[in-house]
Ligand binder design. Structure first.
Ligand SMILES: [Zn+2]
Ligand SMILES: [Zn+2]
Length: 166
């Protein structure tokens, strides 16, 4: 009987047709199971959800979802990252930040800036992330030297994805 009802749901029939003796929680619990199964099916089809906005994206598009342990779509990075990095240890943050910067560079043409005065105009920035310099680990000093040429001793670099025209 449970099976037949599940099938009804899958074929798109309204929940109004559910047996009235089912309590709301039971219906909800079943919906959750169905949803999990749908997600699994999407997974088999090569589609995964962003864990932030829950929208589905194709995994075959390498620029669509960033794998941070959880999957995050490009559009959510700006909101997700500032919150996520506060939950990470220094080491975890450094690893994930490095991975994110490379991903943004490879798939979204992000550019690294050493000097905040040289950033593109705000209106031309699609994404703006302030990251620790990967070369000197944010210290501004590289390999025992007093200077880091990758960040001009600031310890910080600006990662910018420019708005595409049109
Ligand atoms: Zn998203
Ligand atoms: Zn540096």
């Amino acid at each position: 009987m449970l099976k037949a009802e599940t099938l009804n749901f899958a074929s798109g029939k309204s929940l109004v047709a559910e047996k009235s003796d089912l309590r709301a929680e039971e219906v909800l619990a079943r919906l959750e199971v169905d949803l999990e199964r749908l997600k699994e099916a999407f997974g088999l089809l090569g589609v995964s959800a962003c864990s932030w906005c829950k929208k589905f994206f194709r995994r075959s598009d390498p620029g669509a979802l960033f794998d941070a342990g959880e999957l995050i779509c490009y559009g959510c990075i700006r909101e997700w990252w500032p919150q996520r990095c506060t939950q990470l240890s220094t080491k975890e943050r450094e690893n994930l930040e490095g991975k994110l910067v490379f991903w943004l560079r490879d798939h979204h043409g992000a550019e690294l800036f050493k000097d905040p005065a040289k950033l593109p105009e705000t209106s031309l920035q699609e994404l703006h992330i302030v990251a620790n310099c990967l070369e000197c680990h944010g210290t501004g000093k590289s390999l025992g030297q007093e200077h880091c040429r990758y960040c001009e001793d600031r310890g910080t670099v600006w990662v910018i994805v420019s708005r595409k025209p049109g």
